[in-house]
Design a protein around this ligand. Structure first.
Ligand SMILES: Cc1cc2nc3c(=O)[nH]c(=O)nc-3n(C[C@H](O)[C@H](O)[C@H](O)COP(=O)(O)OP(=O)(O)OC[C@H]3O[C@@H](n4cnc5c(N)ncnc54)[C@H](O)[C@@H]3O)c2cc1C
Length: 275
């Protein structure tokens, strides 16, 4: 069980950042992960007065405050319309509705959990993370950075016409995923992310040679075999591990299947002309 000695509902990000420089301090998102630990927390930093629990939609991007609940993202009409239900598919399997009403996107992405569904999904999109001191960092870089004492403020997701889909596999409903996959396509460029390997999500392919070959073959209508080959070749590039949920070999096979399904989903969106 954790203990908390002091609590501060901060009035500014500057105040939060300064308080967080002490090793014993902890920024609180929903506190759903923190509550499971044994830390002796000197100062609990509460960001809930800073108006960071909203999703803003502009012409160019969705801008999500760090205190936005996973449930608000799951149910956000604009994001789900634009990404064809991807947010709902990504988040619906995480524990239960009440849990997702409390857990935040800031806490989820800052921690870069090896099992994270949102990390895998947002990595497949054009996402940048806005840190208080560190400024804007592409999620592709942020995913492999070490923890520091900065504050994750907002998440920016570009609206550039990218089609996207998410797939995950769980042994039982509400358990951690055994594997997760994000796929997106911008014209002929494909981006594939694989998470719950069981390690931090990685970008397995991003507009590389395999994407070119897939796009060429799709034009020749040799699609079925081409997609299967693509899914297999991308999966070969990923390092999988074993744990109590699955072996590395099982994960590799799952990866091929989930990439295949997500590519098909993205292609069907393109055919329908849907966003
Ligand atoms: C039982 C259980 C099952 C789960 N299952 C899944 C699952 O299947 N899939 C999945 O993807 N996730 C799962 N999660 C993770 C969950 O979805 C959240 O990611 C997690 O609870 C963290 O979110 P939070 O808002 O509760 O963060 P908190 O617990 O408040 O914080 C987590 C960490 O992030 C830091 N932090 C929080 N906000 C910020 C910020 N703005 N800036 C800097 N640091 C910050 C905190 O100091 C702490 O170190 C599970 C969690 C639990 C407890």
């Amino acid at each position: 069980m954790y203990t908390i000695q002091g609590y501060e509902k901060v009035k500014s990000l500057e105040e939060a950042y300064e308080l967080n420089q002490k090793k014993s301090s902890a920024v609180f998102g929903g506190g759903m992960w923190l509550r499971l630990g044994n830390r002796a927390i000197g100062k609990a930093i509460d960001l809930s007065d800073l108006g960071l629990d909203k999703i803003e939609e502009t012409e160019e991007a969705f801008i999500i405050g760090c205190m936005t609940s996973l449930r608000d993202i799951e149910c956000h009409e604009g994001m789900n319309r634009y990404f064809h239900g991807m947010m709902k598919e990504t988040l619906r399997g995480i524990v239960g509705t009440q849990f997702r009403n409390t857990a935040t996107l800031g806490g989820s992405l800052y921690q870069r959990f090896g099992f994270s569904d949102p990390l895998t999904a947002f990595l497949a999109l054009d996402t940048t993370i806005e840190m208080y001191a560190g400024g804007r960092i592409p999620l592709d870089e942020f995913v492999s950075m070490d923890y520091d004492r900065d504050i994750l403020v907002r998440v920016h997701v570009k609206k550039n016409g990218r089609k996207a889909a998410y797939q995950s596999f769980r042994n039982t409903k509400t358990d951690f995923p055994v594997l997760s996959v994000g796929v997106s396509r911008l014209d002929s460029q494909w981006k594939i992310t694989v998470g719950a390997r069981p390690a931090r999500a990685v970008v397995a392919e991003n507009s590389g040679k395999l994407s070119e070959i897939l796009s060429e073959n799709l034009m020749k209508e040799a699609s079925e075999a081409a997609i299967r080959q693509f899914a297999s070749a991308v999966s070969e590039k990923v390092r999988f591990g074993s744990n109590m949920r699955a072996s590395s070999e099982y994960r590799r096979i799952l990866s091929e299947i989930l990439i295949y399904r997500a590519v098909r989903d993205v292609l069907s969106q393109s055919e329908e002309g849907k966003m």
